[in-house]
Design a protein around this ligand. Structure first.
Ligand SMILES: [Zn+2]
Length: 434
């Protein structure tokens, strides 16, 4: 009926005058996260619009100038609708399309237009923030009164919501793989004594890069780990990679391209990148990043070593690239590309829950090794870990080993009954607790 009505409407306009619509609403999508509900109107062009709220009952009204609706506006049955109870629409005077959200609870709207990116066209994004503050994404901080606090790990599943990430040859979406592996990793970490882990993204919705590491900082995380799946334009490349932030450009051209691809997520998922924020971020970054980078490098190495135990790695060493999600100035941060989703054999493995669990186990072992080698002071692990061992590799010096484990050269010499500073490759040194 509506289609016929619209047809008659447009026909009559055509008769009166060559009437052109400013924009057409083609689709409506919704993503509910713990802190907000995101509604997206897919448009064929940028649009002039107004948005306001009405109370008793709570509503959000969006007037789109000279627009018409060609798609369906419907709430999904399969997903939580967040703050939305019902969506209505109608054509008003001056050919304005009015869309009304009936809200389940009072919410503040924030809206913005997005230009075409990542397979999406023009979009009007309306974020609804519940006035009650919504469900808190932060778990109760366990860092304060406990004299032996847990080490906190923030596990970030890459992409989500409107941003599927890379897509495999048999249409596997990266965002689903990252969430499955992240959930497994979260479970593994939480089963380890002295480690408490939480998910930055809990289900299928998008979070901007900066917000992701801000969530980690708010929760006093000792480590931020972002899970992804790699992709290339040819099906050949394979293997896992581990990345840390590069302050001076990427280690390889491929790494630079990968970072560009991952960073584009914010344009797809719904954030306008702001130059001013970038300047501020880089100032903050310089202040405390070197210490953070050292820790990031250490944990990235233990994770990579552990991943080598379960399969092929793409490159033998930890790589560096300028990923926006790793920009946290004070939380050590690493990004794991679990495998190549563009490689058909690896895509198949990535979909397999058994393999997802293997990946999660390997990553959690790497994290465990790192924190048992360099536990943050005041943590349960710092007080309860066993003395560890270090196998001397070429290039190692007593001084470097001592500083890695935060102990003095003297103590290292004493415990291992070394009379000189000469150590041979392959020797096993006992590392006392600092
Ligand atoms: Zn990714």
């Amino acid at each position: 009926m509506r289609r016929i009505a619209l047809l008659i409407l447009s026909l009559s306009f055509a008769l009166v005058q060559a009437q052109s619509w400013a924009a057409e609403v083609k689709d409506f999508r919704i993503w509910a996260s713990p802190e907000k509900t995101r509604a997206v109107l897919d448009l064929d062009d940028a649009v002039d619009y107004q948005i306001f709220t009405l109370s008793n009952p709570s509503r959000v009204v969006i007037d789109l100038k000279k627009s018409l609706l060609s798609g369906e506006i419907q709430l999904p049955d399969d997903r939580s609708s967040g703050s939305l109870k019902r969506v209505r629409h109608g054509i008003r005077a001056q050919d304005n399309l009015r869309v009304v959200f009936d809200l389940a609870e009072a919410a503040k709207p924030k809206s913005f237009l997005l230009d075409p990116a990542g397979g999406h066209g023009h979009r009007l994004v309306i974020d609804l923030f519940p006035e009650s503050g919504g469900a808190k994404i932060d778990p109760a901080p366990s860092w304060n009164p406990n004299p032996e606090r847990d080490v906190i790990v923030a596990v970030d599943a890459g992409h989500g919501g409107d941003d599927p990430g890379s897509i495999g040859p048999s249409k596997t979406q990266e965002k689903n793989i990252t969430l499955a592996v992240a959930r497994q990793l979260n479970k593994e970490l939480n089963s380890m004594p002295g480690i408490k882990s939480f998910l930055v993204r809990e289900s299928d919705y998008y979070i901007a890069h900066q917000e992701r590491y801000e969530i980690a900082r708010r929760n006093r995380a000792d480590l931020f780990i972002s899970i992804h799946a790699d992709s290339f334009h040819s099906p050949k490349p394979s293997g896992s990679s581990v990345y840390i932030l590069s302050s001076r450009g990427a280690t390889s051209e491929a790494a630079r391209r990968l970072a560009e691809g991952e960073n584009r997520s914010d344009l797809i998922g719904g954030v306008k990148l702001n130059d001013k924020d970038d300047v501020l971020a880089s100032v903050l970054m310089d202040l405390s990043q070197s210490a953070t980078l050292e820790s990031s490098n250490d944990v990235a190495n233990t994770i990579l070593a552990s991943l080598k135990g379960i399969g092929k790695v793409h490159k033998p060493n930890v790589e560096r690239a300028n990923f926006a999600v790793l920009h946290s100035p004070d939380v050590p941060s690493v990004l794991v590309e679990t495998a190549f989703i563009s490689n058909p054999a690896e895509e198949k493995k990535l979909k397999d829950p058994n393999h997802q669990r293997k990946l999660a186990l390997a990553i959690s072992e790497g994290i465990h090794d790192h924190f048992h080698t360099m536990p943050p002071p005041g943590t349960w692990i710092a007080n309860h870990r066993q003395p560890s061992r270090h196998i001397v590799t070429s290039g190692d010096t007593l001084g470097a080993i001592a500083s890695r484990y935060q102990i003095s050269v003297n103590k290292l010499r004493q415990v291992n009954k070394l009379r000189t500073d000469t150590i041979r490759v392959g020797a096993i040194l006992v590392i006392p607790n600092s």
